[in-house]
Design a protein around this ligand. Structure first.
Ligand SMILES: Cc1cc2nc3c(=O)[nH]c(=O)nc-3n(C[C@H](O)[C@H](O)[C@H](O)COP(=O)(O)OP(=O)(O)OC[C@H]3O[C@@H](n4cnc5c(N)ncnc54)[C@H](O)[C@@H]3O)c2cc1C
Length: 382
């Protein structure tokens, strides 16, 4: 759906206010408790944030990519954990069902994902399967009308609170690589599905990741997305463009928050009898960050528009993910520098953001994997 300008502006303003008045004030509590307060989760549901990208027919807001990135620019100014809570429902946890799911799968899961009643998790990574994602080893053995899942998934975001797992598993052990892989919808509570205790991470407290083990976990054949085995990896690849643009927008939003914090501190902090903002070496850092943020924001908006116009944006999405995730790392580093010793102290948000944004260069394809995709697409084009 393309919203009319007034409705979109209203939605963005609402999210901005929510970020300023509700999310930013609870950031220290989330850091302390490693959990998002339940009342905030409820308010996020009421705002429709779990269903941004899910079609209206299934209970979501059905935003276009260009609209979704504008919401991400607003939402991502708060700690990335809030975005992570709704990230899977809007991204890889729902888009596979939207694109390739059967009518029954859409009817069963999309309204509950859109409302936030169910949190989705996407389980691809394994102890020995990371960047080489097509090497999925978790086995799904066919037994009559069911499949029996065995193996372990690693670092699965939202696993401890998930109601639905999209699990990539190998249905055909005789086929190496992507073609032998299927995507299964497995509800939490299915016997044989075990979520381990949450991982201890560098940052993004408030978002929980964990190992998910499958021990003779039996699911019906109808749990395969689209009902046809062997298409799971293709499904995952189809939704990645959207996910990468969303992450790139979140990186820009985090960079914008880091700049606001840096600017405010530089105006207030005095050394040598004047605010440090008046020193040209501090101004240079602010200006470099602002320039990079402008570049990132512009490329994300451009790629989102192209995707909405029906163009293939695999190369552009990877360019955005690569540039924006690296860019926010540099902006965070400068933000700590501008804060001096205070930037190393946990009392200041930049210390937390510095750790939080490190993840963006790692998941949904590392920077090296984005480089490989960009080069592959260039070679294809030439
Ligand atoms: C907090 C967190 C949350 C996550 N959430 C999820 C989730 O919800 N679901 C999920 O499925 N996964 C999730 N992941 C996993 C994440 O997607 C992987 O960690 C990531 O894809 C990298 O895989 P890896 O960790 O195995 O690193 P590896 O693949 O082992 O890579 C190690 C290094 O080698 C480099 N490298 C690998 N291959 C090449 C190559 N061909 N050329 C050049 N360099 C290469 C990488 O870039 C990296 O620098 C999460 C990870 C983290 C840390």
């Amino acid at each position: 759906m393309a919203l009319d300008t007034e409705t979109l502006t209203h939605l963005i303003d609402t999210v901005r206010r929510f970020v300023d008045e509700r999310l930013i004030p609870v950031e220290p509590r989330v850091e302390e408790e490693n959990a998002i307060p339940p009342e905030i989760v409820r308010e996020m549901r009421e705002l429709g944030l779990f269903g941004l990208s899910i079609p209206e027919a299934h209970g979501g807001l059905g935003l276009s990519m260009a609209e979704e990135v504008e919401i991400a620019f607003a939402l991502g100014r708060a700690s990335p954990c809030f975005r992570s809570l709704i990230g899977t429902n809007n991204g890889i946890g729902s888009q596979g069902i939207i694109i390739d799911g059967t009518a029954e799968q859409k009817a069963e899961w999309l309204p509950r994902l859109a409302s936030g009643e169910v949190v989705g998790s996407f389980a691809l990574t394994e102890p020995d399967v990371g960047s080489d994602a097509a090497a999925v080893a978790l086995s799904a053995r066919s037994e009559g009308e069911s499949y029996v899942l065995n193996g372990t998934k690693r670092y699965i975001t939202n696993a401890p609170i998930a109601g639905l797992f999209t699990v990539m598993a190998r249905t055909d052990p005789s086929v190496r690589g992507a073609k032998g892989v299927s995507a299964f919808l497995v509800p939490s509570g299915t016997p044989g599905l075990i979520v381990s205790k949450p991982d201890r991470k560098m940052g993004q407290r408030g978002t929980l990741t964990a190992d998910v083990m499958f021990d003779d976990c039996r699911v019906p054949a109808s749990a395969i997305i689209g009902g046809v085995p062997g298409r799971g990896f293709a499904t995952a690849m189809k939704v990645l463009d959207r996910g990468r643009l969303h992450i790139a927008a979140i990186c820009c939003a985090a960079a914008s928050r880091l700049l606001d914090e840096s600017l405010a501190y530089a105006r207030e902090r005095k050394q040598f009898g004047q605010p440090i903002a008046e020193f040209q070496l501090i101004q240079a850092m602010l200006a470099e960050s602002r320039t990079e943020l402008y570049a990132g924001t512009s490329m994300v908006r451009d790629a989102a528009r192209e995707r909405d116009a029906g163009q293939a944006v695999t190369l552009e999405s990877s360019c955005c993910k690569l540039f924006c995730s690296e860019m926010v790392g540099r902006v965070a580093d400068r933000a700590v520098q501008i804060h001096g010793g205070a930037g190393y102290m946990a009392d200041y948000p930049v210390e937390r953001f510095y750790r939080d944004v490190r993840l963006f260069r790692l998941y949904e394809g590392t920077s090296q994997i984005q480089q490989l995709i960009i080069a592959r697409e260039m070679l294809k084009e030439s």
